[in-house]
Design a protein around this ligand. Structure first.
Ligand code: GLU
Length: 496
């Protein structure tokens, strides 16, 4: 199914990527297009860093007419879950990656190719590029301790023993010694790895199952991957994997691109236990996918002119790995929120309402929604909401009962709140129900109490909306209507 001999970054592709050709070019290189892959493991929520890697892959495939391969690396049966597999498809679809979107899209499950992985290990055994190793973890630990090798590792104990297969023996790759492996990384140049620091790593576990390093290479080779864009944390795997490509007689080597690690405000690598990294969470909170995509793209990449908020078509035409830098990128949730607020404000109002309705349909609220009433207040909500999930707390006063917190109540309902509410009830019972009139009436009542509008609004706002902050008061009153507004003012006064 896969033809690795036709899969090589051609010279035109290479030039536009800023790639140095790999040292083992395929003869048919010039005719063959780019093949990239995104290879997530379905072991948890979909990480924002994974989304960025997927976008980088996708954009290059799109621009260069290449193929985007989604390979679900599902070989860790204990940690995989089907719901995470679905989560990967859903999160990718949310950011515009999937079949039928103008890019050749292939999907595979790594577990389907286990036979190939094991066969590759046996090929290496046959070529004496790998060997059986009988050392147990305990034996290794004991030897490492005795030799003062604090970082652990493997000392090559079984390398020259020529052991035959036996239950529980692992298969290790024989790293050529001495030696140096230079990898061709579009983002990092040509880092060199001295084999003195590369242990003979395990290819097959004692139970015969393949390890990640092997499975990942065998699949990349058979799927004809020409450019591997992935997280920086895999950089130390790369010399080992490149050695495997060579030992398995690949007709070419892929080019690599290790994208910078994402860090939090303390410059710590984002951790799924500590930091908000799940794409699903951002979708649930009501981030717009276009804001999310735009923000993710800028984590490590800049089009070089300080532009930040950009039309996606511009991102598509400008993105290049050449401008991705290698230093850690700060994943700044505050900035992402501000981005999202900008995106929300920029939507045509009808579309804003549509997006809000979509979000609402997926996140039912404990009140009965009325689109006509929302329409009246939509412009104000749109100006203020940073994420769609902010909206329920701002508009719930329209659709459900108001229940102010005790702390807000004590703050807003200090004397002369009683007298203020009485005057407001009298006035609002009779005045015309017009935004300007409602405001002028309250200003006037403020004058008689020696209070500025800002101050006098507090008890009224709390009675009407149940909160001290929210959409503009007079518009809210207007939308709510006289009967409900005055009823709420009376209920608050009765509680005082
Ligand atoms: N399954 C690996 C991961 O999720 C992918 C490694 C790679 O992209 O090569 O980290």
């Amino acid at each position: 199914m896969f033809q690795s001999d036709r899969a090589q970054v051609g010279p035109e592709c290479a030039a536009s990527l800023g790639l140095v050709m790999s040292p083992l070019p395929s003869p048919s290189a010039s005719e063959t297009p780019l093949r990239v892959r995104f290879a997530p493991s379905p072991t948890g929520f979909f990480h924002v860093g994974g989304a960025r890697t997927a976008l980088y892959n996708w954009l290059l495939a799109k621009r260069l007419g290449g193929t985007f391969i989604l390979r679900i690396e599902d070989t860790d049966a204990e940690r995989n879950r089907e719901e995470w597999v679905q989560g990967i498809h859903d999160a990718l679809a949310w950011i515009g990656i999937g079949p039928g979107l103008g890019v050749d899209y292939e999907v595979y499950r790594q577990s389907e190719f286990e036979v190939d992985h094991v066969r590759a290990a046996h090929q290496l055994l046959g070529a004496r590029r790998a060997y059986y190793c009988a050392c147990t973890r305990e034996q290794l630990d004991t030897r490492n301790e005795a030799a003062g090798r604090k970082q652990g590792g493997y000392d090559g104990h079984c390398r020259e023993k020529g052991l035959a297969v036996a239950p529980a023996y692992v298969v290790r790759f024989k790293v050529p010694r001495p030696g140096v492996t230079v990898v061709n990384d579009v983002i990092r140049g040509e880092p060199a790895f001295d084999h003195a620091n590369v242990d003979d790593f395990v290819l097959l576990r004692g139970n015969g199952t393949p390890m990640f390093l092997l499975a990942n290479v065998v699949d990349d080779m058979s799927m004809g991957v020409t450019l591997v864009i992935r997280a920086e944390e895999h950089l130390t795997n790369t010399p080992k994997q490149q050695l495997l490509w060579q030992a398995l007689d690949a007709p070419y080597l892929p080019t690599w691109a290790h994208v910078p690690v994402l860090v939090n405000e303390k410059r710590q690598k984002l951790s799924k236990r500590r930091d908000p990294v799940a794409m699903e969470m951002y979708r649930d909170e009501g981030y717009l996918p276009e804001a999310m995509k735009n923000y993710l793209m800028l984590l490590g990449w800049s089009p070089g002119n300080d532009a930040e908020i950009m039309e996606w078509s511009l991102v598509e035409s400008l993105f290049s790995l050449d401008e991705v830098n290698s230093s850690p990128a700060f994943f700044d949730v505050k900035k992402l929120r501000a981005f999202n607020a900008d995106y929300i404000r920029a939507l045509p109002q009808a579309e804003f309402v549509e997006r809000w309705h979509e979000w609402l349909a997926a996140h039912p609220q404990p009140w009965e929604y009325r689109a006509d009433q929302f329409g009246d207040i939509a412009p104000f909500v749109q100006l203020r909401a940073e994420v769609l999930g902010d909206i329920p707390a701002v508009v719930d006063f329209l659709f459900g009962d108001v229940t102010p917190s005790d702390a807000d109540w004590d703050k807003a309902m200090k004397p002369p709140a009683d007298a203020i509410l009485t005057s407001v009830i009298d006035s609002y019972d009779a005045c015309s129900w017009d935004i300007d009139v409602l405001k002028a009436e309250l200003e006037h009542i403020g004058d008689t109490h020696g209070l500025k509008l800002g101050k006098i609004q507090a008890p009224v706002r709390l009675a009407i909306t149940g909160k001290l902050v929210g959409p503009p008061l007079f518009e809210s009153l207007h939308v709510l209507g006289r009967e409900r507004a005055v009823g709420r003012l009376k209920a608050a006064r009765a509680r005082l």
